[in-house]
Design a protein around this ligand. Structure first.
Ligand SMILES: CC(C)(COP(=O)(O)OP(=O)(O)OC[C@H]1O[C@@H](n2cnc3c(N)ncnc32)[C@H](O)[C@@H]1OP(=O)(O)O)[C@@H](O)C(=O)NCCC(=O)NCCS
Length: 169
């Protein structure tokens, strides 16, 4: 098997391997995560969007990022990032950062305005995400306001986003 690791857009055939990675990294509590709860609202049942990426070592999936189309307060144009998971055997080697960069770049090219997530500011802050002012954006279920972060792809996109996050599909 090739040792070379490459990143590509996620395909429907990756769904099972992504699920197995999430189970390994997050355990049984993963379905309570905000991203799962928002995606439950999707009508087509497809867990992947065009913005999802995977890192592969040969045919072993070692990392995956999921981005879902959402509305904020009924307005389209935003993506919810999450989960992102890197196989612990490959953590700390830049794959998380690279997957996020790929997702953000594709979102920008597609004309999206904003990417939001629930996560650790010490990690995502270094990648350009900032805290959303408390109460401005809400998710189905409780979220620690210090963990609700956003990355604007257009000027003023954070300030303009107000309301409940729901699936756009
Ligand atoms: C968090 C995660 C996606 C980071 O991906 P990664 O490929 O391991 O990390 P990167 O190589 O991009 O970045 C590594 C750096 O981030 C830091 N880092 C990693 N996780 C961090 C966290 N939760 N908080 C603060 N810093 C963190 C590392 O210490 C390292 O710092 P350094 O560059 O100063 O040495 C990955 O470790 C992971 O899957 N963790 C478990 C699942 C998880 O928590 N996912 C995020 C919530 S959806």
């Amino acid at each position: 098997m090739s040792d070379k690791i490459f990143i590509r857009t996620a395909e429907h055939s990756d769904v099972a391997a992504i699920g197995a990675l999430h189970a390994r990294v997050f355990g049984p509590g993963r379905f309570a995560r905000s991203a799962y709860r928002v995606r439950e609202g999707r009508r087509d049942g497809n867990p992947l969007s065009d913005f999802c990426h995977v890192a592969m070592r040969g045919n072993r999936l070692i990392a995956a990022i999921t981005l879902s189309d959402v509305k904020i307060g009924g307005a389209p144009g935003a993506l919810l990032l999450g989960p992102i998971a890197v196989d612990p055997d490959f953590a700390g080697q830049g794959y998380g950062r690279q997957l996020i960069a790929e997702g953000l770049e594709d979102a920008r090219i597609a004309g999206k305005s904003l990417v939001i997530l629930v996560g650790d500011e010490p990690y995502y802050g270094r990648l350009g995400f900032t805290c959303v002012p408390p109460g401005q954006i809400t998710l189905p279920g409780p979220v620690n306001p210090q963990r609700l972060l956003a990355y604007p792809l257009k000027d003023g996109a954070i300030e303009a986003a107000r309301g409940l996050v729901t699936s756009a599909l």
